[in-house]
Design a binder for this molecule. Structure first.
Ligand code: UT7
Length: 329
């Protein structure tokens, strides 16, 4: 029995931070940001729109679209590296806000691959037969861990959330296969050092700016293209498919050049690729569910379509999931 996505939803805060706004904060230009990353603007939370708030909005819309009662939800999985707090989990906060009184849940930390890993976990739970209705969310408040004095990182990220309802498939649609990976030797290239047991919060960690995201962009770039292209190629091949069979390639949105380089290695045409980085930037675990929801709302997915979801992120973590699209609201 396969798991299939029966509804999608996304929540983007209304406040827009443009490249020109960033010109006023750091030594950069709109043109540099657009040409190097493909980003024109990003959304930023305000007035208490924290991660659980965005995840709740997404969950409520999923319930509304499917007509499922909150008490029927079995599990809530939230891919995030910017939870409201270290504990309790964002999944518990959402569970309470949506009154999913019979659900258990947990947060899953895999950075930009967070939604992919959460989707795989949810799909396997459905396949086991033990669970029937699972909400899988990717939600991030990246602005809470960015240093708006560091031009190397603050221009890249935005806030936002997306999610899907997972249920048992009735036919041959659904999540077909996946290839997911971790390689902790890449951990130093993208990290937030403080706030955990290694460097608990202190005046020193604040003064040394250790509560902000740090990245070696050039290193991550190279691994990202290789990781997304190779895992997508491999999962297609082992299902006797190729790039030509894909209706849509929904990649993590970290850099337009990374997306295009990965797609080129798969021999994809422009119309097979979902790109929304121009509007939302990199929302980490949010990019893929936001992308799926964008694709559904713009009519780019129909029943029977083959879709690849792929991501690369801190850890390193990466991989690809092959989906045969079903009936989805
Ligand atoms: O989602 C998680 C995974 N993250 C990623 O996938 C990000 C991957 N990396 C990237 O997307 C790119 O590496 C960046 C967009 C971060 C940087 O682009 P790049 O083409 O790799 O530039 P670079 O790091 O090689 O830097 C080129 C120059 C540097 O100046 P020097 O050292 O050559 O004088 C940077 O200091 O560009 C400079 N620079 C900037 N200039 C204007 C870096 N950031 C900026 C900026 N505005 N915002």
């Amino acid at each position: 029995m396969r798991a299939t996505i029966t509804a999608t939803s996304r929540f983007l805060p209304e406040k827009v931070l443009t490249n020109s706004d960033l010109e006023k904060l750091v030594d950069t230009t709109s043109e540099w940001i657009l040409s190097r990353t493909g980003i024109s603007e990003r959304r930023i939370v305000e007035n208490g729109e924290v991660t659980s708030h965005m995840g709740t909005k997404v969950s409520l819309e999923l319930l509304e679209k499917t007509g499922i009662d909150p008490s029927e939800i079995d599990v809530i999985i939230v891919g995030t590296i910017t939870p409201d707090m270290i504990f309790p989990s964002t999944a518990c906060l959402i569970q309470n806000k949506i009154k999913a009184v019979n659900a258990w849940g947990f947060d899953l930390s895999a950075a930009c691959s967070g939604f992919l890993f959460a989707l795989e976990a949810g799909a396997k739970m459905i396949e086991s037969g033990a669970y029937k209705k699972i909400i899988v969310i990717g939600a991030e408040t990246m602005s809470s861990i960015l240093n708006y004095e560091d031009r190397n990182t603050c221009i890249l990220f935005g806030d936002g959330a997306g999610g899907v309802m997972l249920e048992p498939a009735k036919g041959d649609e659904g999540i077909i296969d996946s290839l997911l990976y971790s390689d902790g030797s890449g951990g130093d290239f993208l990290k937030m050092e403080a706030g955990g047991s290694l460097h608990p919060a202190s005046i020193d960690t604040v003064e040394k700016r250790m509560h902000f995201l740090q990245q070696n962009g050039r290193k991550v770039y190279k691994f990202a293209v290789k990781g997304m292209a190779e895992s997508s190629q491999a999962v297609l091949q082992r299902n006797n498919l190729s790039g030509k069979d894909l209706s849509l390639f929904i990649p993590h949105q970290a850099n337009r050049r990374i997306i295009e380089a990965s797609a080129e290695r798969l021999g994809l045409r422009q119309d097979q690729i979902l790109i929304n980085i121009d509007r939302y930037a990199n929302t980490t675990a949010g990019t893929i569910p936001i992308g799926i929801s964008d694709a559904v709302d713009s009519g780019r997915l129909k029943q029977g379509d083959y879709v690849i979801l792929t991501a690369f992120g801190a850890g390193f973590t990466w991989g690809s999931i092959l989906v045969r699209w079903g009936n989805c609201k």
